[in-house]
Design a protein around this ligand. Structure first.
Ligand SMILES: NC(=O)c1ccc[n+]([C@@H]2O[C@H](COP(=O)([O-])OP(=O)(O)OC[C@H]3O[C@@H](n4cnc5c(N)ncnc54)[C@H](O)[C@@H]3O)[C@@H](O)[C@H]2O)c1
Ligand SMILES: [Zn+2]
Length: 376
């Protein structure tokens, strides 16, 4: 018998906005977004640390949304990687959304770092099989990368992002004022994703970062704003035009440096921030590429020097446990769900993909990094 075919496609479209003081009464952006989306009610899920550092923000958000004519409630919840390590915060959010009687015509406005947005996005995507989501990323890394894409998730069975969904937001509001309270270490950690995307996609962007490394390290607002915009735009361009927004294939071209980074985060019990682990992963894979002759030594020096001048770490003691680290390649392959696909460099701004990495070459690259670190 012939099968009955079910075939349809859904268009997705959302904007990533850049603004200052999103909940100041004089700022029309969120009011306009709400008027466009017309949610019945909004649950604002705000990360604890953001509310703690901006004590006026919960009230300001509630007042702003009330003035925009939408019933709104603000819930303050824990964030950071710990919130991804169990389902507790997801459950807490589900309970809050149910208590507020949210439906698919409502909206969750999530304000927080990349980890909190992953948790809140997962909770929103799963209640009633999907509540519309507005994201307000509050870290540099989240504004430039984690908060602008289509994924969410929590960690499970010792693996990052093992449980999650693809769920594009209705809009992203990058309020650059939120970055003012970010600790220096967190701000710097976010810079590594910009280095990453410049190295694999946009040599001119890398060169700009290289030239602006000192002001970026010191958190100069103008340079940070330029970096956030360009980095977010490059990530969005990849999702929108890369041909695989929901990552059905095994290619993950934006995950340069990430096979080692994800493993190092776990091995350090998350002492290393995601962005710091990415910097170490970029350094390691760049040394590997220089040792195979794909990347010139001069380009390697520029990459390592730029990461260093940005105040990012290039080494962690976990690298010494090479065998455990190498397990990260297998986990990366499992995560891709098929063939191993690792992005490596052939030059600055020139990436290519390999389907195997030589364990001996990785050990040698670790050795080279360690020897260099010992001389610093
Ligand atoms: N979904 C995706 O596509 C995607 C992509 C990349 C990374 N990620 C995930 O993002 C997470 C990393 O995100 P992150 O770097 O933003 O870290 P994070 O969310 O852990 O935040 C870092 C720290 O900053 C605090 N914080 C957040 N906003 C603040 C503010 N405005 N002022 C002061 N403190 C603030 C947080 O409480 C936390 O302690 C990882 O879990 C990573 O896996 C997700
Ligand atoms: Zn990353």
């Amino acid at each position: 018998m012939d099968p009955v075919i079910c075939s349809f496609s859904l268009p997705f479209r959302y904007a990533v906005h850049f603004t200052h003081g999103a909940f100041q009464p004089s700022n029309p952006l969120v009011r306009d977004l709400v008027a466009e989306q017309k949610p019945r009610r909004i649950l604002v899920a705000m990360e604890e640390n953001v509310a703690f550092k901006n004590p006026q923000l919960p009230r300001a958000a509630a007042d702003y949304l009330a003035a925009a004519g939408v019933p709104a409630s603000v819930h303050v919840l824990p964030g950071g990687e710990a919130a991804k390590e169990s389902a507790a915060v997801v459950r807490e959010l589900h309970r809050a959304m149910e208590a507020e009687k949210l439906c698919r015509h409502s909206c969750v406005a999530a304000i927080g770092g990349g980890a909190f947005l992953d948790v809140a996005g997962f909770a929103a995507a799963t209640l009633h099989r999907g509540i519309p989501l507005l994201r307000f990323p509050s870290t540099l890394l989240a504004q430039a990368d984690a908060g602008v894409g289509v994924k969410n998730g929590i960690n499970f069975a010792g693996k990052k992002n093992l449980v999650g969904t693809f769920a594009p937001p209705r809009a992203v509001v990058n309020d650059l004022d939120l970055l003012a309270t970010l600790p220096t270490r967190e701000r710097r950690a976010g810079l590594s994703e910009a280095v990453k995307v410049g190295l694999i996609r946009d040599a001119a962007f890398f060169e700009w970062i290289e030239a602006a490394a000192e002001p970026l390290r010191e958190g100069n607002a103008a340079e940070i704003e330029t970096l956030v915009r360009r980095c977010a735009a490059l990530h969005i361009a990849h999702i929108a035009t890369g041909g695989d927004p929901f990552e059905k294939g095994s290619r993950r071209p934006l995950d340069f440096g990430h096979w080692a980074a994800h493993k190092l985060e776990q091995m350090s019990a998350f002492r290393l921030r995601h962005g710091e682990a990415v910097a170490i992963g970029i350094a390691l894979d760049s040394v590997y590429a220089a040792r195979t002759g794909d990347l010139s030594r001069a380009e390697l020096e520029r990459i390592l020097g730029t990461l260093q001048r940005l105040g990012l770490p290039l080494f962690a003691p976990e690298l010494r446990c090479a065998e455990e680290l190498l397990g990260g390649l297998d986990e990366f392959r499992e995560h891709l769900g098929g063939e191993l696909c690792v992005t490596l460099l052939r030059g600055i701004g020139r990436a290519w993909e390999v389907h195997a990495m030589d364990p001996g070459g990785i050990r040698a690259a670790i050795g080279e990094r360690e020897a260099r670190e010992a001389r610093r």
